[in-house]
Design a binder for this molecule. Structure first.
Ligand code: MTE
Ligand code: CO
Length: 423
């Protein structure tokens, strides 16, 4: 067994020794050497001397106040106001893979609108045999499917091109969420309307003032795009497009039209202002790449990270993070503690799923020394997440969108972490 292997499988005895050495109260009671008894073990606490809340105290439950800092956060200087703006998922504080809607990032171009199911209409027109209008209850009559997918804004990690900038996984990588969607395949509705073979694209738009019009190739529209009306089992939240949004698996978030109201089958893509300028990728040689739809494989260590420092001493430690790919399933994630010189293969909590977040863990041991932490994702196509240097060789320093480079956290011996770059 190499030293690295030993580190990765701490024995139970080593774990207990580590805990006692760190003075963990829970172990003190059973430890003959413990000097002071722990009142949390030896005394009856107030919460055991009175009654708790009855049922219905909160008919729709809220997170406990003790977790009050697990919230979306906005970076004020990024945008002029909060209407056309973005906030970030607190990925540093979550575990597993499903993002609760209440803390899933929001991106609006003209604010989150309030639209009732009764007022909801979805029109399909253009190159179809029969233009159709569906009400919400019409949509509920089509066979529906459930799928878990991530949604990542093309701008995620976009502030990091020129240098390490935002100090926290929430801000560098939090323009992402991962939910279980319930909806009707777009293919079903296009077939219902009788799409014509001349139709090579669909133009999709929302009911909000910005309308967020986007063109999607017909091949994708007929593949896995969903007209979704539930997320994580319940109605979509207003900010995620209630009552109905488009789900475009693996593709950049701006195509996931919220409050979707119209789908036009067309021959040529509509060259909207946003698509031709804003979401274009700048390349190192000064030219631009027009369409980049799929989000390439990417990963980030969520803990430890700047907002989730190490609070325990030396010994057993879980390094945890998220990996995803818009081109399929994650097959492997490696973690480095020395800035990419040596890599250890992390444990995937579950086998990677198609276009969904994968949780990885490195069950390891910390010697109390500084670490230069990185993670590197691989997907089923064989693609390997690039370093920042590799990505810059192609994209230069002036890009904004589609930054999927390896992230580096410097973890100091006091457990604090910060966003850095290694050359
Ligand atoms: N759809 C409409 N109608 N209006 C919008 O402003 N923003 C897009 C997309 N769909 C937007 C929209 C962008 S840029 C992203 S990243 C995703 O919605 C974000 O979805 P979320 O707010 O549910 O996180
Ligand atoms: Co976006």
């Amino acid at each position: 067994m190499s030293d690295i292997d030993k580190d990765r499988s701490p024995s139970r005895r080593a774990f207990l020794q580590g805990a006692a050495a760190a003075g963990a109260g829970a172990f003190a009671a059973g430890n003959a050497q413990a000097a002071t008894p722990d009142p949390l073990i030896t005394e009856v606490q107030p919460w055991a001397q009175e009654l708790g809340d009855g049922v219905d105290a909160t008919p729709y439950g809220l997170p406990t106040a003790h977790e009050g800092d697990v919230i979306r956060r906005n970076v004020e200087w990024l945008t002029a106001d909060t209407i056309s703006s973005i906030n970030f998922t607190p990925i540093h504080a979550l575990d597993g893979t499903i993002t609760p809607q209440g803390c899933a990032f929001e991106r609006h171009h003209s604010g989150a609108i309030d639209l009732k199911k009764e007022d909801y209409r979805l029109m399909i027109n253009g190159l179809v045999d029969t233009p159709l209008v569906f009400s919400y209850s019409d949509l509920e009559r089509f066979p529906r499917e459930n799928h878990v997918y991530f949604c990542e804004c093309a701008a995620n990690t976009g502030m990091e091109w020129a240098g390490a900038q935002l100090n926290g996984a929430q801000f560098t990588h939090g323009m992402i969420h991962n939910m279980e969607y319930t909806g009707v395949p777009l293919r079903t509705l296009l077939e219902e309307a009788g799409y014509q073979t001349a139709g090579k694209w669909v133009f999709v738009e929302g009911a909000d003032a910005s309308s967020n019009g986007r063109s999607i190739p017909m091949e994708k529209a007929l593949d896995d795009v969903l007209i979704a009306f539930k997320a994580n089992g319940e109605a979509l939240r207003k900010e995620h497009g209630y009552p109905v949004r488009l789900v475009v698996p693996g593709w950049e978030g701006n195509m996931w039209v919220k409050w979707i109201r119209r789908i036009e089958v067309i021959e040529n893509a509509v060259e909207s202002r946003e698509e031709t300028s804003k979401y274009t990728d700048t390349l190192a040689d000064g030219t631009s790449r027009k369409w980049t739809w799929a989000m390439d494989a990417k990963s980030v260590v969520t803990s430890p990270s700047p907002q989730a420092p190490i609070t325990h001493g030396k010994g057993p430690m879980v390094i945890s993070g998220l990996a995803w790919s818009g081109n399929g399933a994650i097959t492997r994630v490696d973690v480095s503690k020395d800035g990419g010189k040596n890599w250890e293969t992390a444990r995937l909590a579950k086998p990677g799923e198609n276009k969904a977040l994968t949780r990885f863990y490195l069950d390891t041991s910390w010697d109390g020394e500084e670490m230069i932490l990185q993670s590197r994702a691989m997907d089923e196509t064989g693609y390997v997440q690039p370093t920042k240097t590799q990505l810059r060789e192609v994209r230069g320093l002036n890009s904004v969108y589609h930054n999927n480079c390896i992230q580096t956290w410097l973890v100091r011996s006091n457990g604090q972490a910060e966003n850095v770059e290694v050359s």
